[in-house]
Ligand binder design. Structure first.
Ligand code: UDX
Length: 426
């Protein structure tokens, strides 16, 4: 099929590349000319394992092209994906500027039947509005179907998440487009959840909100467990055995960050308040998450009162492993807070070279801990979990490791003469 994907961010690039890899002819439209040129050469502007290789082979196979010419890409395509960013306004609401821009540019181009699929996470009712707007702008109703098909991919595992989703969520006004979508996704073996347009939007928000609430739940229990000398990893293991709870998203630590959870929770809270429903649980989840950096600073102060005068190395800057994304990164927030307190901070991350004022960033993991008094692990990259602790001990001046992600085995450290401070791990 001929497919146009508007937006070359995480979702747009993964969608374009995977669809092209499975035989569709994809034109990915991006406004930034430099980005288009880079992508045409097979260079990715983001770090996403496996994506560049697939992108290059799809370009070489002639199935994937990048362009800034929206009209040309739309005219030749039956399927139009909207995958532009919906960032957060300062009041927490979703900013639909890019989405609205696309609709304005798209409407005069729809002169034959098109299926317009929204991948972007948009506020409840946006796709219904999109349908009405297109009619208002004079597009005949027989020329299009709007579909809401939210994306659930995670950064770091984007390709595999798109190839093997647990479900495909399709929001529609009528069933006309469903068969075409099943042909488009012929390579996906997953149940289809068919609902109305707003239902699909809600499934996306509900999914991210539930996961964020789960993380805040375990982080709250970590605070209580810590006060009672209980190991939170035992608690997570114990409750996770119950299939109604499950093991996923029960890792206590610095809390959630990234481009989705913080933004989507705030947006859902606003949409709820707009209808006079106070979302107590969503508010609590955000409050807990926002309190974690202060909590860890207090914990560090309690355990190591002289930390402000120490040479501190922080391992990790991205919001989670296997990505170079630092949006809403709790690791970066911790680094910034420590710097504001006047600490002497040194940072290493396997893919991010953070430019935080008054900190020194390193390209080598072990060089970053030279003569350090204290090592803080803020993102659970595999390199850190599998570090050679004998080398760490030898390079550091001090012997304390603060594991803000509970990702390191305390006894491996002890064996190497290092002192371990985890999150609620007595
Ligand atoms: C998330 C959703 O998982 C995905 O379905 C959606 O499409 C986009 O948002 P992503 O933001 O890439 O994906 O990251 P995810 O792996 O979900 O982690 C989000 C944050 O939660 C990270 O900061 C991570 O460190 C944190 N987290 C996750 C925890 O603190 N504890 C956990 O147990 C799990």
């Amino acid at each position: 099929m001929d497919v146009c994907v508007i937006g070359a961010g995480y979702v747009g690039l993964t969608t374009s590349t995977v669809l092209a890899n499975y035989g569709h002819r994809v034109s990915c439209v991006e406004k930034q000319k430099e980005k288009v040129e880079m992508l045409k050469k097979g260079e990715l502007p983001i770090y996403e394992p496996g994506l560049e290789k697939m992108l290059v082979s799809s370009i070489e196979a002639g199935n994937l092209d990048f362009t800034d010419d929206l009209a040309k890409a739309v005219r030749k395509s039956l399927i139009i994906f909207i995958a532009v960013g919906t960032p957060q306004n300062s009041d927490g609401t979703a900013n639909l500027r890019f989405f609205d821009e696309v609709i304005n540019e798209l409407s005069p181009l729809i002169d034959t039947y098109k299926i317009i699929i929204t991948k972007s996470t948009v506020p409840l009712g946006t796709n219904e509005d999109l349908h009405l707007k297109l009619i208002e702008k004079g597009v005949p109703q027989t020329n299009f179907d709007v579909v809401s098909n939210p994306e659930f991919l995670r950064e770091g595992t984007a390709i595999s998440d798109m190839l093997h989703p647990d479900k495909v969520v399709i929001g529609v006004r009528n069933h006309t487009a469903i068969q075409t979508l099943q042909k488009l996704y012929h390579f996906i073996d997953a149940p289809y959840i068919i609902t109305n347009l707003t239902g699909a939007e809600m499934i996306k928000y509900a999914s991210n909100a539930f996961l964020a609430v789960k993380i805040s739940f375990i982080n709250e229990l970590a605070k209580i467990s810590d006060a009672y000398n209980v190991d939170i990893t035992d608690v997570a293991l114990g409750i996770g055995m119950d299939p109604r709870i499950g093991h996923h998203f029960l890792q206590a630590g610095l809390g959630y960050g990234g481009s989705c959870f913080p933004k989507d929770l705030a947006a859902l809270e606003h949409q709820s308040m707009k209808k006079n429903v106070t979302p107590h649980l969503l508010q609590a989840a955000q409050m807990i998450n926002n309190s974690l950096i202060d909590d860890y600073l207090a914990k560090i102060e309690k355990e190591i009162p002289a930390y402000r005068n120490m040479k501190i190395t922080v391992w990790g800057a991205s919001f989670k492993p296997n990505t170079d994304d630092t949006r809403h990164s709790q690791a970066l927030k911790l680094i910034e807070r420590l710097t504001e307190e006047g600490c002497n901070i040194h940072v290493f991350d396997p893919v991010v070279f953070p430019k935080v004022k008054n900190t020194t960033a390193y390209k080598d993991m072990y060089e970053s801990i030279q003569q350090a008094d204290l090592l803080i692990v803020a993102t659970e990259w595999r390199q850190f979990i599998e570090a050679d602790w004998a080398i760490v001990k030898e390079k550091m001046k001090g012997n304390i490791l603060v594991d803000c992600r509970n990702c390191i085995q305390p006894y491996t450290l002890k064996r190497n003469g290092l002192k371990y401070i985890g999150v609620a791990r007595p």
